[in-house]
Structure formats: structure tokens, C-alpha cells
Design a protein around this ligand. Sequence first.
Ligand code: URA
Length: 438
Amino acid sequence: MRMYDLINKKKNGSELTSAEIDFMVCGFTDGIIPDYQMSAMMMAIFFRGMSEKETLALTNAMAKSGAMLDLSAIDGIKVDKHSTGGVGDKTSLALAPLVSACGLKVAKMSGRGLGHTGGTIDKLESFPGFTTEISVDEFVKNVNEIGMAIMGQTNELAPADKRLYALRDVTATVDQMSLIASSIMSKKLAAGADAIVLDVKTGSGAFMKDEKDAVLLAEEMQRIGTNAGRKTVALVTDMDQPLGFAVGNALEVKEAIETLKGNGPEDFVKLCVALGAQMLLVGGLALNQNEAEAKIRAAINDGSALKVMADFVKAQGGDPDFVYQPEKLPAANIITPVFAPESGYIEKIICDEIGHCSLILGGGRVTKDSIIDLSVGIVLSKKIGDPVSKGELLANIHGNDEAKIAAAKARLLGAYKISKSPVKPPVLIKKNIGQEFI
Ligand code: URA
């Protein structure tokens, strides 16, 4: 087999076989196929697309390019959840303890963030001493004993995707639906769960700005998961404004803890209940939607999810007291209020811009080696649809540097648009995909 012939075949619009895709992925991972040939192939795929069969073959080949996590030592059905990411998306922090308190085993691999705000691991490091650098044996032991564990994504997980993504990033071939879907799903398949719940975000703070594209991506990933033998469902959810009120690492941890205590923001609670219900359903721990949702709400009301959170933090080196007293978590020195410049109704909050405010304050990474300030961020007071009077609080900026706060304040004011007429808040859960597979 020659890579030249495969590029030519794809360029001419023919379907690649699974053996050809395996050859290409293995050769690229081993450094035998050079970047320039793989770049040409990515561009050919960008213009010609990939069939369902080709997309599954690419996903499987990338998943198998490194270690496949074996979770068979964990009893019961293991369910993973993946979000395509957004501003203020602290869902895993609350969701994992919630479903775990309902009896589901959560063995989750997470990453760090680049840009906007931190990833789940950065947020969890707000607990002093907490680590996600644990061995697979410890990971499995914690899931069996506590019900949940989160470990950092290792370099051995789908290395072909890591190399290929870096190449796509510099050859303008990231934005191809089958390539995105196979990239995300290869990591999910390698991470070993039996079932997968996907949260595909859409809106001004999402990777997929357009709802139609988000639905196509969700459908494609759902198909890949199902064809790969994992029960997979997806929700398409709103990211046209930050999720909840808090944006920033420790601030989001506090909001997740408050949610487990029953004091969460309405949209965030609704999303946790919806995703949690899907996880219980695919995991076989509830017979129908109503029962699943009731179990999640009960785990908030009886304090069991909060206890799982404390046990989990302790097992991974953190101080569980911080869960019960979140005021001990890192806090910024300066809180600067931002007031509404006019009266009306909140029409728009450019979500990416709020993420950038957090980045300016030091809450996100500019390069992969940046050190982030866990204490900084924004706490919104007003969301889309809320009435507001001139001079009323829009948000509080939590920062440690006056110049950065001033820059963030200007950007935050520019992110809000106020209308004179009433505005409907965005629909949070836009589409539910794959229910027939539950
Ligand atoms: N996230 C990924 O992991 N892969 C892509 O291709 C795009 C977003």
C-alpha cells in the first residue's frame, strides 16, 4: 500500500477501506507517513468528506493507536460524559458526584483548558493538594470504593489523534464534521466506558456556533459511538450565554458545590438533571425519564452527592473540609462591580467575550505552559431575558490586578446588549439525540 495512492483515491472521491485507513493511521503514528502526505489527505477529506464506514474506521484506528483503558475491574456499567465545552461549563464537577450518589460508577478522564477558562482538572486543583495524576490501579480502586474518580488524560490515550489534531490545526482542516467527530470519539472509546452521554454545545460561546452544525456533529458522534458498540446518546444544549453565573476556576467549583447543596443556578441545575438522567438511563439505573430525574434531584436534597464530592476530593489528595466550607477555596483580593449603563432587558451576552474577560484576569491559558490564577473570574448577576435598571449590578469581576480588572470591565460591558423590549431567554436543551437506543 502507498500513501500516494490513498491520497489520490480520496481526492477522486472514492471510499477508503478500513485496511487503508488503518495503514494510514498506524504509519502516521509511527512517523513513517510524513506530515506533508497526511496534510494532503486531510485536505482531500475536507473537500470529499467521509462515509459513515470510513468515519468509524478512522475513529477505531485512532482509538487503538495507544493504550485502551481496561475498566473491567470496575463492577457495573461505566458511563462517561463528554461536553464540547463552553464558558462557565462546570458540569462534570457537579454531575459526576450526582450520578455516582445514584449508584453509577464514574471513571472519567479529563483535560486541562487552553484559552478562555481552565478545564475540569484546572478547576479541581482549586482544592489544595488535589491531584489527577493517579495510577490506573488507584483510579479503578477509587471508582470501586467511592463511586467516582477523575484522572488526567495520559499521552498514551489516542496518540494518533493528538498528532493529527496538531496537523489539522495548522493546515485549516479542523472544521470538518467527520474529522471532529472521530477525533472526540476516538478519545472516548479509548477511555473505556460502556456508554457515553454527549453534551454538544451551540451558541456564541461554543465550538459549534450554529445550531444546525451542532446537531449534525451530535448525530455523527452518536452514530460512531453506537456503531462502535457503546450505548451513546447526545443532548444539544445552549451556550449563547455562560452556564450558571460563575466563570473562573475556583468560582465555578464554589458554584458546583452550592448546586450539590441545593442552591444552584436554575439553568445549571436543569442541565445537570437532564444529563444526569441520560446517564442513569444508559447505565440501566432508571426505567424512565421521570424516575431518573427524581433520583438526581434526591441526590441533591439528601446531601448524598455532596458527600461523594468530599470523599472524592479526599481520595485524590485534597482537603474534604473545603467541600463543606467552600469559602476556604482560593479567592481574589479585589471584587469590582459592573453596573448596567441603561435600563431595559438583557438581549445578548457575547459568551466568548465573557470567557475572554476571565482570560484577561489570568483565569485561562494563553499558551499551554501558562500558569493560571485559580481565584479570578466573573460572577454574572443578569442573564438573557432579565429586566435591568440603569445602575443595577450586571456582574462582579474577581481579580488581583487593577489594570487587568479595568481591561476586563471594558470587555464585559461590550459583551452585554440591552434591549428596550422584553426578550425571551434561550432554550437550554435544544435537541435530544439517540433516545431510541436507551
Ligand atoms: N475537539 C477535539 O477533541 N477534536 C476536534 O477535532 C475538535 C475539537
